[in-house]
Design a protein around this ligand. Structure first.
Ligand SMILES: Cc1cc2nc3c(=O)[nH]c(=O)nc-3n(C[C@H](O)[C@H](O)[C@H](O)COP(=O)(O)O)c2cc1C
Length: 199
């Protein structure tokens, strides 16, 4: 392979790896319902993350993939392959998690179930919201991530539907969350980089 590179140069993929060694982190929106607030929260996370300059951050919207309900089709919908390819291209994740009946959304659970290897040996942070900061949903997600071999970091910004949203719908986060956001992203970057070495 080395002598081929000398003759023909590196492939585009190899060139990209050498010139752009930055980690790729997906900010996954966990809700898909009409009228959801998760895009506002995702943009806020991305705005803070982009200022760091330490990784390529992108919003990954489950709704864009039109995933069927697991097991109800023959599995050939293009969105299923696209979902797996997107996850495989990422080194780590920040989950934007909302609390539905004390757990995560059905849409997020379905999307989690639709991949396996593409999740494995990666790191994740959780930003949650709900009446109690989405804490119960986040704790459920942690259990699922363990099975998928995703290492979730300790620091976990929790947003209140009462004090971080106007009328529960317009996102106006309190300044105090900045500290936790920085710590969470520091941990996600450190663990994502470490886990990349064992994949
Ligand atoms: C089906 C459903 C169940 C919910 N259950 C809870 C709950 O158990 N605890 C809570 O704090 N909020 C609950 N909520 C409120 C949501 O957390 C809130 O509507 C939030 O904005 C949902 O996120 P989304 O706008 O991104 O969909 C529930 C909302 C829905 C639609």
């Amino acid at each position: 392979m080395g002598f081929l590179n000398k003759l023909f140069g590196n492939s585009p993929k190899e060139e990209e790896t050498m010139t752009n060694p930055k980690l790729k982190i997906g900010i996954i929106l966990g809700s898909t319902r009409q009228g959801r607030v998760s895009p506002q929260v995702g943009e806020w996370v991305k705005g803070i993350a982009d200022q760091r300059g330490d990784a390529d951050y992108e919003i990954v919207d489950i709704a864009d993939f039109n995933l069927p309900f697991l097991g109800t089709t023959d599995g050939t919908e293009p969105g299923i392959a696209a979902w797996n390819q997107k996850l495989a291209s990422l080194d780590g994740f920040v989950f934007v998690v909302q609390e539905y009946n004390h757990s995560i959304t059905g849409a997020l659970k379905n999307a989690l179930d639709f991949a396996r290897e593409a999740w494995n040996d990666k790191a994740a942070g959780i930003v949650s919201y709900g009446s109690t900061g989405g804490a119960r949903a986040a704790e459920h997600l942690r259990g699922i991530l363990g099975e998928l071999k995703v290492a979730d970091v300790r620091t976990h910004p929790t947003l209140s539907l009462f004090t971080d949203f106007e009328n529960g719908s317009v996102f106006k986060p309190a300044d105090l969350h900045q500290t936790n956001m920085k710590a969470m992203l520091d941990e996600v970057i450190a663990w994502s980089g470490a886990l990349k070495t064992i994949r």
